[in-house]
Design a protein around this ligand. Structure first.
Ligand code: GCV
Length: 721
């Protein structure tokens, strides 16, 4: 190679690498092992970890080794050696409990019995630090926790962390279609490249597994609940098996959505009646076929008799008949059924909020042991804010899984910053009063309230093939936060925000403190500028992008926003008290009493439960009409404040992410203003009142806002067009 060429090449590489170092795309998520610059912390860490004593083992332990090498090289600038033989002082010992030396076991004897399931212990033992667990996955989880500890630059002196997962099934639900579109997905195409599978294993599958395992997620439902039977055909089972092989060493099981009519569509049968022997046999054989390829297959997630999906009711059978048929076929293989309770019917004229409870609660205790009923956090549909679902207090003999939505279908897609752990926390900490005061939803979900044999929590994924996975860089916090809460539903949202910011961006207090504050108020801001005071489902229809409180022309009444706000010249809100739909009667009497009384009903749920006159006096003495305008304005102001906070953060984050978030906040502000203007102008046609003085005057007419159309808004399946 000529000298000239060499020089050109090195210039090329230099500029290439400098571009790369500047433009951190966010692909590494929270597993961003930045070099620790603080000399004291660095010296403490390098003193404590002079060598690593790790047992050798199979794939999972190799992954542990790989992760430790990568992380310590990044954090400490060098990778301490893995050493054989007896541990010397100042070492990191990574071993299963059964392989610890007698001396160390004796030192840890108080803690070891408390390690159950896939739990782990991280503890100082003399001058060493031990990461131990009963199994390989526990070791992997413990390692990720240890690395998180280092990323946050916490002290290693007398470290003692004992963690056991509080729920059993911690799954992501992908609403990914086989054509790689993602229903309600806003971060690009599905990451599952079905066409190239099983031969081509995209490196992203491993990174996906790593990220999930790092927060304790142990399952993934690969396909949309609006399911295609095709995924149960041999060609697709082979593709699913290839994914399962990648995920297995990370402790992640694969699950599929089962289309109830599959026996007809791909099985050639004339019926899918769950009591028909041929149908039952078909599922049995299909399930055996899957287990032959994927011995640790997790089971099925089923959306049946909901929004047009087929189900047992098509044959005059019940949810119990349908779920138990699949459960019986899965049981010999240790598989489970997650049967969704998201049902409402166009033939049922009762309040949509009441329908799931009405259909399911009488079935309590009738499902097989390997069935979990998956319940959305609220009774309508992932609204910016909903009171907790009354089913959580009403099925003591059935395991109830929580279904949260991580993707932001009703929360501004991946353009708006919303820190969802705040929403999750609010629901998990809600008191159902089913066993008296303190019967928190979290205790229903982790199974402790009624001693359930199995527990679980699901999150509808916000992941796509965008380089940063989630579209909005802050969307990563919602994936992370979901995982952390799935592991332990009692972790405060504030702690999650703190951790995530430090892991992902910076440990500098000048960054963490203000940005954490910004994240923690972001959910309230969105509620304020979209659906304040308990309003709900007033998004434009189909795609759910932007405001559409005026929409009243859809075939099913409960798909129309006017059904939910019921604004007229007298007032606004949905009366769900005994004078209205009486949905409050589905709550325990303590909770119903609070919601029924307009004085005690929390103002954030006021219009969810009450239809009130425009002149109704709020607690602050202002009229409902003024209060509404003030809330909408407050939401806009909160986004403005967030923008100002972010403006000062340039020194702490890389150029690319600073720019991306700045642009997204600009859009969020524009859209917050749009929401405020469109909703208040529309509601004004009913209230006939002037806007409160605190509210800025809308810049366009109502007709203008009503004329906005978004035929290509993302995330929408053809069925909603
Ligand atoms: C997957 C809402 C969404 C649908 C979704 C459905 C569900 O209605 O708009 O896209 O379908 O919930 O959770 O099944």
């Amino acid at each position: 190679m000529s000298l000239l060429k060499k020089t050109q090449l090195s210039v090329f590489f230099l500029s290439f690498f400098s571009v790369l170092s500047q433009t951190d795309s966010g692909y590494n998520l929270w597993l961003n092992y930045r070099k620790i610059e603080n000399p004291e912390v660095l010296s403490e860490y390098t003193r404590h970890i002079q060598g690593i004593y790790m047992e050798s083992g199979e794939e999972t332990l190799n992954i542990v080794k790989e992760e430790l090498t990568l992380a310590l090289k990044g954090l400490l600038g060098m990778s301490p050696p893995f050493v054989p033989g007896q541990p010397k002082e100042y070492s990191l010992i990574v071993r299963k409990t059964e392989n610890l030396s007698r001396e160390i076991r004796r030192k840890l004897e108080k803690d070891i019995p408390a390690i159950t399931k896939d739990g782990y212990l991280i503890r100082s033992s003399g001058k060493n630090i031990v990461i131990t667990a009963h199994n390989d996955i526990g070791i992997l989880y413990g390692t990720f926790h240890f690395l998180r500890h280092l990323q946050q630059q916490l002290s290693l002196g007398n470290i003692r962390i004992l963690e056991v997962p509080k729920t059993d099934i911690r799954v992501l639900n992908h609403w990914d279609n086989l054509d790689r579109t993602v229903e309600r997905g806003y971060a690009g195409a599905s990451i599952w490249k079905w066409h190239r599978l099983p031969g081509y294993i995209d490196p992203r599958y491993k990174d996906y597994a790593r990220a999930n395992a790092s927060v304790g997620i142990n399952g993934t439902v690969l396909t949309n609940v609006n399911a295609s039977a095709l995924v149960l055909t041999p060609a697709y089972i082979e593709k699913v098996a290839a994914l399962a092989d990648v995920f297995r060493p990370y402790g992640i099981k694969v699950y599929l959505t089962a289309r109830f009519s599959a026996p007809i569509e791909i099985g050639g049968l004339e019926t899918a009646d769950p009591l028909n022997p041929e149908v039952r046999q078909w599922w049995k054989e299909k399930i055996s076929e899957i287990y032959k390829e994927i011995p640790d297959f997790g089971g099925f997630l089923v959306k049946a008799n909901s929004e047009g999906q087929p189900g047992p009711q098509n044959y005059g059978r019940s949810h119990v008949d349908g779920a138990n048929m699949m459960a019986d076929a899965l049981a010999p293989h240790n598989g489970i059924v997650m049967w969704r309770a998201f049902v409402y019917s166009e033939h049922d004229t009762t309040d949509r909020a009441k329908q799931a409870y009405s259909e399911f609660v009488s079935l309590d205790g009738k499902f097989r042991d390997n069935v979990l009923i998956q319940v959305k956090n609220g009774a309508i549909d992932f609204q910016p804010r909903e009171p907790f679902h009354p089913m959580f207090a009403a099925m003591p003999r059935t395991p109830l899984m929580m279904e949260f939505q991580i993707t932001q279908e009703y929360l501004g897609f991946s353009t708006h910053m919303v820190f969802l752990p705040k929403l999750y926390e609010e629901v998990l900490q809600a008191d159902t009063y089913s066993h008296g005061k303190g019967s928190y939803v979290a205790k229903v979900i982790d199974g402790t309230l009624d001693n359930k044999k199995i527990s679980g929590i699901a999150g509808v994924a916000n992941i796509g093939s965008d380089i940063n996975w989630t579209g909005h860089p802050f969307g990563q916090a919602n994936w992370y936060g979901f995982g952390r809460l799935a592991w332990d539903p009692y972790i405060p949202a504030e702690k999650i925000a703190d951790e995530w910011l430090r892991l992902t961006f910076s440990n500098d207090e000048n960054f963490v403190t203000p940005v954490k504050k910004m994240l923690l108020q972001s959910h309230r801001a969105v509620v304020n500028y979209m659906t304040p005071l308990g309003l709900h489902h007033i998004m434009d229809t189909g795609h759910h992008y932007g405001p559409g409180p005026w929409v009243n022309n859809l075939s099913r009444p409960e798909w129309n926003p006017v059904y939910y706000h019921k604004a007229d010249e007298n007032g606004i809100g949905f009366d769900r008290t005994p004078t209205g739909s009486n949905a409050t009667s589905q709550y325990t009497k303590e909770v119903a009493r609070i919601f029924n009384d307009v004085e005690t009903c929390p103002e954030e749920f006021l219009l969810w439960f009450h239809h009130l006159p425009w002149d109704y006096k709020l607690h602050n003495g202002r009229t409902l009409w003024d209060g509404l305008g003030i809330k909408y304005q407050e939401g806009v102001n909160q986004v403005r404040k967030a923008k100002n906070t972010w403006k000062k953060m340039e020194p702490y984050v890389n150029k690319q992410q600073f720019g991306e978030i700045s642009m997204l906040l600009d859009i969020q502000l524009e859209e917050a203003v749009w929401w405020r203007n469109a909703c208040m102008l529309y509601f004004q046609t009913h209230s006939k009142k002037a806007f409160p003085k605190e509210m800025e005057t809308p810049s366009h007419s109502l007709e203008y806002y009503q004329s906005l159309k978004f035929p290509y808004a993302p995330g929408i399946s053809p069925k909603w067009h």
